[in-house]
Design a protein around this ligand. Sequence first.
Ligand SMILES: [Cu+2]
Length: 339
Amino acid sequence: MISLLGWIVFILAVITIVRTVRILELVSILGGDKEEVTDGDNKFNAWMMMIFLFVCLGGMTYFTLDAKKYLLPVAASKHGVITDNLMNINFLLIIFVFFVTQILLFYFAFRYKYKKGEKAYFYPVNHKLEFIWTIIPTIVLGAMIFYGLKVWNGITAPAPKNAMIIEVYGKQFDWTARYAGGDNVLGKSNFKLITDENPLGVDRNDPASADDKITRELHLPVNTPILFLFHSRDVIHSAYFPHLRAQMNCVPGMTTQFFVEPTITTDSMRLITKNPKFDYVLICNKICGVAHYNMKMGMVIEPAIDFMRWYKDQPLVFPPAAPAVPAAAGDSAKAVASK
Ligand SMILES: [Cu+2]
């Protein structure tokens, strides 16, 4: 309601200004002013340029700094720190050029306002100047592209041999994780094998699947390289780890991957963010259907020892078959034997 009233007041104010300007125009026509633009008008416009410059640059600086509270906390992965640096350097460069060009633009409009009898200097060409303002941006942009490519090659390089393999499986609308177990090899999977009991379609006949474990929450040991393999059952999803600065599409029918090394545990991040309720998340970043907004999985980054404790209790994809003889029958058989 208040915002509606605000809008009404704003619109009325704009209409009032427009009508006032029109009345002033009519008054000046009736008054028979000969000069349409006076010296006073030029001065007024020149000063307005300076006021506009300072108010807008000041406002922009204030609101940009104020918006920092909405940004993600410090990157919690090795490559996140590198990509954050790349972005910060790009931003610093852009902000520097923005300030220099805007200050020059508005200062020139102020300094060289129209004055009677003063003629603009005709200066059609200067090759040296053109060379300088072509070569400097070329060198700077070339360096930024080179730096960006170097970072890209680093973060997309093959995972180290000892990386822990985890499958992240997306479907409308949830995530499931499969850990590769002691052999660090995921058992084969096939969509034709998907059943209620085997939601990822893991191949029971592949010996590598015997020690695979399925979880509905991600736990990652800190300072350990992790190779994520992404799969999707239905449509394209995108596995997004905002705090690790990592994202990868999950495409039906193919495996996508990236490796990441988490560096900050959940507990440390709670101290850094001063938020005791902070939790890492994996979310879907591709609008994949009606419940897309709800497609997320909790993630815990913890010391290796805590990770092992948690991992031990997770269920195998194929739990070992129950003994053929019911335990109760075995007990009564023992009781008979002891008599
Ligand atoms: Cu999704």
